[in-house]
Design a protein around this ligand. Structure first.
Ligand code: GDP
Length: 281
């Protein structure tokens, strides 16, 4: 399967980020806890040079907790502050203020030495579409002050949300487009729903997902759909169609419907907490 991205959007978003990033001290980068590496855009390391950095493993509720902790250790080792959060339910969000403070400690200390007192730290949330930026900003600010949804934002007048006397947050998140020369990265982004299903072959995608699930989480599909996992992935997809009564014209198996159902179950955590990639040792 081949994926394409939209260079037009990318350039525009990048320009906006470059402008906004000049104003801030701390980059709060959201990644998807199920694919912490594939949901990062490598440009952020260049854009965020000389800034304090905090990585949030968002949607931590959908990923295996053991791997969440391994990823936190991995990013910390690389010099980032890192915590896991569930922005939707608010899990981990409360403690973020102190984490932000901690991530900016050096910067505040430098300010203090130069006689700059009481200048709040300015932070910006960044991440790929759908990673949960708006949900996180809403949860952190405690009210619906950032638009949720999946529309590329355009900064007009910049608005700062005051989190406390020490921290201000830019209300408009920075959108980074996912980047992949590597098709396996594209595939994982497609699994979690970051690439519109309309431009994909959903049955092929589901079959690839089945291959992954059978290898990394044997038994999960068998338990959920009451099927045999033996046999090739497309056979499994047919078995899911059968077990879930996905039929067309009365008696033909509707594998397209079964594929959509499977992907939807995964994306919404109904297959349990599954992590799709693991940190390098
Ligand atoms: P944005 O495009 O980065 O601003 O992403 P949104 O904030 O619009 O969120 C995209 C989708 O992910 C929405 O359906 C949210 O409800 C969902 N979402 C956001 N954070 C979490 C989370 O921590 N856990 C789960 N399960 N869903 C989340």
């Amino acid at each position: 399967m081949h994926f394409q991205w939209y260079p037009g959007h990318m350039t525009k978003a990048k320009r906006m980020m470059q402008e906004n990033i000049k104003l801030i001290d701390l980059v709060i980068e959201l990644v998807d806890a199920r694919i912490p590496m594939s949901s990062r855009n490598p440009d952020i390391d260049e854009l965020g040079r000389n800034k304090s950095r905090l990585i949030l493993l968002n949607k931590a509720d959908l990923a295996e907790d053991k791997w969440n902790d391994e990823w936190i250790a991995y990013f910390k080792e690389k010099g980032f502050s890192c915590v896991k959060v569930n922005s939707k339910k608010g899990g981990g969000v409360k403690s973020i203020q102190s984490v932000i403070q901690e991530a900016c400690k050096e910067k505040m200390e430098r300010d203090r030495k130069r006689g700059i007192l009481n200048r709040p730290v300015r932070a910006m949330v960044v991440g790929i579409p759908n990673v949960g930026k708006s949900t996180f900003i809403n949860a952190l600010a405690g009210k619906a002050c950032a638009k949720t949804g999946n529309k590329p934002g355009v900064t007009k007048g910049k608005q700062w949300i005051r989190l406390n006397k020490n921290v201000e947050l830019l209300d408009t998140p920075g959108i980074l487009w996912p980047k992949f020369e590597d098709q396996s990265v594209g595939l994982k982004l497609a699994f979690i729903g970051s690439i519109k299903d309309e431009i994909l072959n959903v049955e092929e995608l589901a079959a690839d997902f089945i291959t992954f699930a059978k290898n990394s989480y044997p038994g999960v599909l068998a338990d959920k759909y009451d099927i045999e996992e033996a046999g090739d992935s497309y056979e499994c997809l047919k078995a899911i169609a059968e077990s879930r009564h996905c039929l067309v014209r009365g008696n033909e198996l509707d594998t397209e419907k079964a594929a959509a159902l499977l992907l939807d179950d995964f994306r919404n955590g109904r297959l349990g907490r599954l992590t799709l990639e693991y940190p390098e040792k």
